[in-house]
Design a protein around this ligand. Structure first.
Ligand SMILES: Nc1nc2c(ncn2[C@@H]2O[C@H](COP(=O)(O)OP(=O)(O)OP(=O)(O)O)[C@@H](O)[C@H]2O)c(=O)[nH]1
Ligand SMILES: [Mg+2]
Length: 505
C-alpha cells in the first residue's frame, strides 16, 4: 500500500477563488454525495456509492438496522433493507442490500463512505431516490475521485489513470493504466523534480551570496553551471516521457485501418477472417459490399478499428457509387491502409491508382491458393513502390507486399505482425521502449513545457548567462512538474479535468 500524502489539498483548493459557476453542485463543497457506480440497465446487482461527513448517519435513516450501521467499525459489511417513503405493504422495504462501511480516513475518498450492493435495474433507482430523501445529492462526474485527490489519497496522475483504466480497450491499455495507478508515473515525475530542485538549490546558493562572494563564486564556477549533470539527466528523462505519449496514445485510442481494393478482391473475406466471424457478406459477385462495415479488434494489444469498404470502381449504380465515394473518404482518414489485390486477376493499373503515396500501406496478394505472386512482382518489404511497380508514384511510399489467402488463412500471422509493426512505426521509433509513460494530453503538455523551460535554462547556462536568469527557468520547470501530480493546481483546471470522468467514479 502506498502512503496517503499527509496534506489535505482541499483546504488550499477551498481557499482559492471559486470558479465562476459556483452552482449549487460545485465540486468544492462537503455535501453528502451518492451515485450508482455500475452501468445503468437490467442487471443482477448494482453498486451505489455514498460519501461525505455524516454519510453513515444519513444512510442509517433509511436502513432497517440503523443502530447496527451506526456502530459498525470501518471496513465491515452489514446486511439489511433500504426503507423508503411512502411505507407500503412491505413495511416500506425497497430492496434487500449489503452495505459496506468505510470510516474516514480509510476509504477511497478519505471521508466516511458506504457502498450499497443492491439489485440492478429499477431497484437501484428506488434505493437512490430514498437516499436523496435522506440528504444525499447526485454526485457529479468524477466527484469521488476529486475528493480522493483533495484529501491527499492520490495524486493527479493517479486520479487520471482511474479513468484511463475504466476506458481501456485492450489488455495492454489496461496494464499501462494500472502502472500509472500504482504510482509509476508519479514516482518518475517526483524523481525528475527532485533532480531539478537539487539544481535549483545549488543555483540559489550562489545567488544568496553577498555580491563579493558571488563574484568569487562566479569566478570559481566560470563557465560551469552548478548541477549541470543533474539538469541534463532530468532533460533526458523528460524527453523520454514526452516521447512515450505517442506509444501510450496508440494503446489507449487505437488506430483506424481500412481494407480497400477492387471489387471481388476478397476484402470482406479478409475482414471476416480477422474478426473470426462472418460479419460482412461475401459472394462471388463483384460489388457485394456497399455500405462500409466496421468492428474493433485487438492486434497485439493495439485497439484497431477495422473497416471493410465497397470495392473501388466506377459504377453506374447510384448506391454503389455512393459506397465507393465513402470508401475513398475512409481511405483518406485511415492510419493504415490494407490494400487487397485479387491474385487471380493480378496487379492492375487501377490498383496502382488507388494506392496512396505517403499512406502507410500493407499490400496483400490475396487468393494465393489460386495464384502465386509473379516473379517480376516479388519485391521486398518496404521497397518504395515507384522502384518496383514502374508507375508514376512519388518515392517513399512504404509498401509491404504479403502473400495471403483468405480461403486457407495463409499469411494471417504475418498480416497481424505487419499491422502491429506498421502502427508502432507510425507511433515513432520509441514505441517499444519500456519505462513509465504519460497517460493524458494534459500530462504531455506539462512535460513539454517543463522540458522547454529546462532547455532554456541549459541554453542560458551554455551562454554563461547569470544564474539569476537561469533560476526562474528552473523554477518554471519544477512548477510544470508539480502541476502533473497536482501539487500546483487551480480550481478551474481541476473541475474541468474531473468533469470528464464518469458518474460514480
Ligand atoms: N480461392 C479463393 N477465393 C477467395 C479468397 N478470398 C476471397 N475469395 C472469394 O472471392 C470472392 C469475393 O470475395 P469477397 O470477400 O466478397 O470480396 P470483396 O473484395 O469484399 O468484394 P466486393 O465487396 O464485391 O468489393 C468470393 O467468392 C470469395 O469466396 C481466397 O483467398 N481464395
Ligand atoms: Mg466485400
Amino acid at each position: 500500500m502506498r502512503k496517503a500524502r499527509p496534506k489535505r489539498q482541499g483546504e488550499a483548493y477551498r481557499s482559492m477563488a471559486p470558479s465562476q459557476g459556483t452552482g449549487m453542485n460545485s465540486y468544492a463543497n462537503d455535501d453528502l454525495i451518492a451515485a450508482v457506480a455500475t452501468p445503468p440497465g437490467k442487471g443482477a446487482l448494482a453498486l451505489i456509492r455514498l460519501s461525505g461527513k455524516g454519510s453513515i448517519e444519513a444512510a442509517a435513516e433509511v436502513f432497517s438496522r440503523p443502530e447496527k450501521l451506526l456502530r459498525s467499525p470501518g471496513n465491515t459489511i452489514v446486511h439489511g433493507w433500504i426503507l423508503g417513503p411512502p411505507a407500503g405493504e412491505q413495511g416500506g422495504r425497497l430492496d434487500e442490500v449489503m452495505v459496506s462501511v468505510y470510516r474516514s480516513p480509510v476509504s477511497y475518498t478519505g471521508e466516511d463512505s458506504l457502498e450499497i450492493s443492491c439489485h440492478g435495474g429499477i431497484a437501484s433507482a428506488a434505493v437512490l431516490a430514498a437516499l436523496r430523501h435522506s440528504g444525499f445529492r447526485n454526485a457529479l462526474p468524477g466527484e469521488f475521485s476529486f475528493r480522493a485527490f483533495m484529501n491527499g489519497k492520490m495524486d493527479l496522475s493517479r486520479s487520471e489513470s482511474v479513468m484511463e483504466l475504466v476506458s481501456a480497450k485492450t489488455d495492454r491499455g489496461r496494464s499501462n493504466a494500472v502502472g500509472r495507478l500504482s504510482g509509476v508515473l508519479e514516482d518518475e515525475i517526483n524523481g525528475i523534480k527532485k533532480l531539478l530542485l537539487d539544481v535549483l538549490a545549488e543555483t540559489e546558493l550562489y545567488l544568496d551570496y553577498s555580491e563579493d562572494e558571488a563574484d568569487a563564486a562566479a569566478g570559481e564556477a566560470a563557465g560551469a553551471f552548478p548541477g549541470r549533470e543533474k539538469a541534463e539527466e532530468a532533460g533526458e528523462r523528460l524527453q523520454k516521457l514526452s516521447l512515450s505519449w505517442q506509444r501510450e496514445r496508440l494503446y489507449q485510442d487505437g488506430a483506424l485501418a481500412v481494407i480497400a481494393g477492387l471489387p471481388n478482391a476478397g476484402k470482406s473475406s479478409i475482414f471476416n477472417l480477422l474478426l473470426g466471424e462472418e460479419r460482412s457478406i461475401v459472394t462471388e459477385i463483384p460489388g457485394t459490399t456497399r455500405d462500409w462495415i466496421e468492428a474493433w479488434l485487438s492486434v497485439e494489444g493495439i485497439p484497431l478499428r477495422l473497416i471493410d469498404t465497397a470495392g473501388l470502381r466506377d459504377s453506374g449504380d447510384p448506391a454503389e457509387r455512393l459506397g465507393v465515394e465513402r470508401s475513398r473518404e475512409l481511405l483518406e482518414s485511415a492510419d493504415l491502409l490494407i490494400y487487397v489485390i485479387d491474385g487471380e486477376r493480378g496487379l492492375r493499373e487501377e490498383d496502382l491508382n488507388f494506392l496512396h503515396p505517403g499512406k502507410t500501406t500493407i499490400l496483400l496478394w490475396n487468393k494465393l491458393d489460386r495464384a502465386e505472386i509473379p516473379e517480376d512482382l516479388k519485391f521486398e518489404k518496404k521497397v518504395p513502390l515507384s522502384e518496383t511497380a514502374q508507375v508514376r508514384k512519388p518515392k517513399g511510399t512504404p509498401v509491404r507486399l504479403l502473400p495471403f489467402s483468405a480461403r486457407t488463412g495463409e499469411g494471417m500471422t504475418e498480416l497481424l505482425a505487419a499491422i502491429a509493426g506498421a502502427l508502432r512505426d507510425t507511433a515513432g521509433e520509441v514505441a517499444e521502449s519500456e519505462g513509465p509513460g504519460l497517460g493524458t494530453r494534459r500530462q504531455k503538455d506539462l512535460v513539454d513545457s517543463a522540458l522547454a523551460s529546462l532547455n532554456e535554462a541549459l541554453n542560458l547556462a551554455g551562454q554563461h548567462e547569470a544564474l539569476d536568469l537561469i533560476a526562474p527557468c528552473l523554477r518554471e520547470a519544477v512548477n510544470a512538474l508539480g502541476e502533473i501530480t497536482g501539487e500546483v493546481s487551480n480550481a478551474d483546471m481541476l473541475e474541468l479535468m474531473f468533469s470528464t470522468f464518469c458518474v460514480g467514479k
